[in-house]
Design a protein around this ligand. Structure first.
Ligand code: PHE
Length: 343
């Protein structure tokens, strides 16, 4: 009986051509299934071994095994080739130009007010002051009455006020915080209080909302000399080592005596220039010894304790220090403006 022996060499050739023709890993896998997968051509050949004449079986079995090994080799080689081709394509697709300039993240900048507040806080913290943040909505009592400015007191005209109904108002001065601090604790007191205040004024040098920095020291034996010494230190740190201070008599209902504090002009060194309007001096803050009436209102014995207080406008200090000529610039929120300043 003449058996038709399968053409193994022909199948090998077929596989060679098919692996060359497959152009994706996926199509190669499909081709492989057709030859080596379950029910594929080569396993079928193995199954047909039983139909082969017994004396031919060993040789046939060996030949089919050889074909299977060869097929494995061909598929492995084709797969490696395709994989590297596909990786190459992926590298091309995901190519990054490392020489491109990076995307710049836009940086913000501190507002000049913030720079000044931070600077003042660090100067005064160095002298042992604690920070007290008061409230922006106050009662008439804390903003005025307790500060020795009862209703109908002429000094109320110094500060126009936004009233919020009969009982509340927007604080016109950080001095309102003095009362809260003195009410809640006995001396020694040494606080610094930055914050926003409100007055219905709006022109080139006034804004309805602005910032102040209040200072308050109460203890036994505090004198105007202590105030002067501390202000000298502050002026030197903020405006430069050669700056001097002077006190001029003034009036505030909650301090007695009251003073305006000037610093010698840091622009011209005191000779007189545009900044100091030819006077050689620049007014920077109001201050004084805490009025006995205020101490009493807050439950502190004025025969035992004395104190001083000072208050300054942050925008004013910022404009002076950074040479800003228009206050409105401080309220526009333009980062290009803020970026120009550094502490
Ligand atoms: N509160 C005053 C003002 O706003 C400034 C000041 C504070 C004066 C403390 C004396 C003492 O004008």
């Amino acid at each position: 009986m003449e058996e038709k022996t399968p053409d193994l060499a022909g199948i090998e050739k077929e596989i060679e051509l098919a692996t060359e023709a497959a152009d994706t890993s996926e199509s190669l896998r499909a081709v492989r299934m057709g030859y080596l997968g379950k029910g594929g051509k080569i396993p079928s050949l193995m199954k047909s071994l039983k139909d082969v004449a017994p004396d031919m079986r060993p040789a046939f079995g060996k030949a089919v095994n050889g074909l299977r090994e060869r097929a494995e080799e061909l598929f492995a080689a084709a797969e490696a080739k395709l994989r590297s081709k596909e990786m190459q394509a992926r590298y091309e697709r995901e190519r990054i130009d490392v020489t491109l300039p990076g995307r710049q993240r836009k940086k913000g900048a501190y507002h000049p007010d913030t720079l000044i507040i931070d600077e003042l806080v660090s100067v005064f913290a160095g002298m042992g002051f604690e920070i007290y943040e008061g409230r922006e909505i106050e009662t008439d009592y804390y903003n005025f009455t307790a500060l020795n400015t009862p209703k109908d007191h002429p000094a109320r005209d110094m500060q126009d006020t936004f009233y919020l109904g009969a009982d509340f108002l927007l604080r016109t001065q950080t001095s309102a915080g003095q009362v809260h601090v003195m009410e809640s604790k006995q001396p020694p007191i040494k606080i610094l209080s930055p914050g926003k205040v409100y007055r219905p004024d709006d022109d080139a040098t006034h804004s309805p909302m602005f910032s102040q920095m209040e200072g308050l020291v109460v203890d036994r034996g505090i004198t105007l000399c202590d105030l002067k010494g501390m202000l000298d230190e502050f002026a030197k740190k903020v405006f430069g080592g050669n700056v001097k201070t002077r006190l001029r008599p003034s009036y505030f209902p909650f301090t007695e005596p009251s003073v305006e504090v000037d610093v010698s002009c840091f622009e011209c060194g005191g000779k007189g220039c545009k900044l100091c309007k030819g006077t050689g001096w620049i007014e920077v803050l109001g201050a004084g010894m805490v009025n006995r009436a205020v101490l009493k209102n807050c439950g502190i014995d004025p025969d035992e304790y004395t104190g001083f207080a000072f208050g300054m406008g942050i925008e004013r200090i910022a404009m002076l220090k950074y040479g800003i000529n228009n206050m409105k610039l401080l309220f526009e929120g333009d980062v290009c403006f803020s970026k120009q300043f550094r502490a």
